[in-house]
Design a binder for this molecule. Structure first.
Ligand code: ATP
Ligand code: MG
Length: 615
């Protein structure tokens, strides 16, 4: 391609709303133009890189045996009613009515469409397993689109859906996609961190996120330096640790009995630290939570019988609403996502003051673990760990806790001696410095951005949308599904985030709009001749070349080449001929190479780098 035959419109400055490097560079290189909030259009150069990313995804998925399809982007609202998501998704979903008054949806995701399409022809177990995918436009009415195409309203997504006869087959489909994802990101030159959701406390359901490190990431990752443990802070588990006293020594079990202390107004942990002159690690705080739809059995727990249990017409009896007291070390916070998971509940929230008093006898700030009779007590593993035989490994000794009465605290409270919880679990918010549950390594933290996601769905859609096939015995059964997504634009932007410097983008060989740029100092005379020859030879070698034939000053052309970030630049200058200067964007130094060898040598570099990325 000649530069004068395409659209190259680089900008000196990025627009003000571009705050992250990839957004700034995508705008400055002219890859993107904005049409509206969250609506970005790809210009020719940008589209070439986007297509590269799409094609890498396509090639790897095809190689793994997935089948590409192309459902429509606009789908009938009725299929969303069928799955029950019409109301749930209505915020993010762009809908319209056609002239006949029928509801239409601009797909924000496509579980419904694929389920309907597969349902149509599915009759026998012999047709399973099958994994289908599309690389197609999505629209989500994001409240706050930002960072350019990182979070746009219209974007391209690869979404795949597997249909399997049983769990074992689903596990295989899932692994197949996970392996393909790893090859995809590797080929693009992206370092991804795979974050499994089923870490410790969360139990087994299969889900994995592929994240990249990013300063502006929406997710906070907890990582272990010694092993592959990586978790979203929302779900991260940790190994219980022994609390230390104010001198940094292990705490000693209480020998004295509980004594009550008047402490009017000492409601917070900070106030307690000042009042008792002790570190927060010596306190136990107790919080009362309201719990929704728990399927745990509280019958034998204190207060358990007072909660209404729904037993009729339901697969698993559950408590529409119940309460629990959570005891945790004073310096820690409760992770409500983990707490809800442990309680097998749909959600938890801190109880209102009225309920706190009703269940614990004291207002918030003075609730204690001792003598709770109206509410089950869950102890975080920072306090004690159940050994499963009625005994406990106590992590916190001789503690100060709320006294169960307003303005009273208890001193010398010994877990196990003075109170016994209904259950113990890891429900704390994990922080850097906490210990890895798998290997004991000391956690550190990073911000991350999700590029892709793989998820075992089970029969959520196939059941509500009545998909069945006949098994070996001719019996109708419901298949189970998995879903798999990669944000194509976000992946493209992430490549730029990882590969750029102060001058511009440094494309990886597999994702560059063109692998090579030829810059004649002046496109005239012998330089023009040499540049044209090189261009023809490289093109014959199958290399993607841009020839900068613009009538611009050399400095402008060099700056543009660096800004756009072609992996290889070949400068054709009069004084160097019959040599030309080859420079890799990622390296500082250039080499002089005879014009006669330049094409072969350049092609070899391109192929070697592509091969390295595909390894
Ligand atoms: P997020 O938490 O970032 O909103 P999500 O959980 O909504 O993501 P999924 O529904 O799993 O995302 O979609 C699959 C992939 O699509 C994501 O991993 C991400 O790469 C991409 N994606 C989602 N929303 C957007 C968006 N608004 N703009 C660009 N890419 C997006
Ligand atoms: Mg989202």
């Amino acid at each position: 391609m000649k530069a004068t035959k395409t659209i190259i419109s680089t900008l000196r400055d990025a627009p003000n709303d571009a705050v992250i490097s990839s957004h700034q560079l995508m705008m400055r290189t002219g890859m993107l133009r904005k049409l509206g909030n969250g609506l970005y259009s790809y210009m020719p150069l940008g589209l070439r890189s986007l297509r590269k990313v799409e094609n890498i995804i396509r090639e790897e998925l095809d190689a793994a045996g997935l089948l590409e399809m192309k459902p429509t982007v606009v789908v009938p609202g009725d299929i969303w009613r069928e799955s029950g998501r019409w109301d749930k998704m209505s915020g993010e979903m762009l809908t319209a009515q056609n002239r006949a008054g029928q509801d239409m949806v601009v797909s924000p995701t496509a579980e419904e469409a694929f389920t309907v399409l597969i349902r149509e022809g599915l009759s026998s177990y012999k047709q399973l397993p099958v994994i289908v995918y599309q690389i197609n436009t999505k629209y989500r009415d994001e409240i706050r689109p930002r960072y350019g195409v990182m979070r746009g309203r219209e974007f391209t997504m690869m979404d795949a859906y597997s249909f399997d006869a049983d769990q074992k087959s689903l596990d295989e489909s899932y692994e197949k996609c996970a392996a393909a994802y790893r090859r995809i990101f590797k080929r693009m030159g992206l370092s991804t961190i795979s974050v499994k959701a089923d870490t410790g406390a969360m139990g087994g359901s299969g889900s994995e996120e592929f994240m990249v490190e990013s300063e502006v990431g929406d997710d906070t990752l907890i990582l272990c330096p010694n092993c592959s443990y990586a978790a979203n802070v929302e779900k991260a588990a940790c190994r219980p640790d022994e609390a230390l006293d104010k001198d940094g020594k292990p705490q000693v079990p209480a020998t004295e009995q509980i004594s009550k202390v008047d402490c009017p107004g000492v409601e917070t942990i900070a106030a307690m630290e000042t009042f008792f002159k002790m570190p927060a690690t010596q306190f136990i705080k107790v919080l009362i939570y309201k719990v929704y739809n728990s399927t745990l059995d509280f019958t034998d727990a204190p207060g358990g019988k007072s909660f209404r249990r729904e037993e009729e017409n339901t697969a698993a009896p559950y408590y529409p609403e119940s309460f629990i007291a959570v005891a945790i070390r004073g310096d820690l916070d409760v992770n409500e996502t983990k707490l809800a998971a442990v309680l097998k509940a749909s959600g938890v929230e801190l109880a209102e003051q009225e309920d706190v008093i009703k269940y614990s006898g004291a207002p918030h700030g003075f609730v204690g673990p001792v003598g709770l009779t109206k509410v089950p007590l869950l102890a975080d593993e920072s306090v004690m760990v159940s050994r499963g035989d009625g005994t406990f490994d106590v992590k916190l000794h001789d503690t100060v806790t709320g006294g169960g009465t307003k303005d009273i605290d208890n001193m010398h409270v010994e877990p196990g001696r003075d109170f016994v919880p209904f259950m113990t679990a890891d429900v704390r918010v994990v922080k850097p410095g906490d210990k890895c549950p798998d290997c004991g390594g000391t956690f550190y933290m990073k911000k991350g951005n999700e590029l892709g996601h793989i998820f075992k769905l089970g029969d959520k859609y196939t059941k509500s949308m009545n998909v069945t096939y006949l098994d070996v015995n001719g019996k109708p059964v419901t298949p189970i599904m998995g879903c798999y997504g990669i944000g194509v634009d976000r992946t493209l932007a992430s490549i730029i985030e990882e590969h750029h410097d102060e001058k511009g983008i440094i494309w990886t060989m597999s994702t560059a709009p063109y692998q090579v740029v030829i810059v004649p100092v002046k496109y005239d005379g012998t330089m023009k001749e040499a540049a044209d020859k090189l261009y023809d030879e490289l093109t014959k070698e199958g290399i993607e070349v841009l020839l900068d034939d613009r009538n611009e000053r050399p400095g402008v052309k060099f700056n543009d080449a660096d800004l756009i970030g072609f992996p290889i630049r070949i400068v054709v200058g009069e004084k160097n001929l019959p040599n030309v200067e080859i420079k890799l964007r990622k390296e500082a130094d250039a080499r002089l190479v005879p014009l006669a060898d330049a094409a072969k040598e350049t092609a070899a570099v391109v192929r070697a780098e592509l091969a390295e990325l595909s390894k």
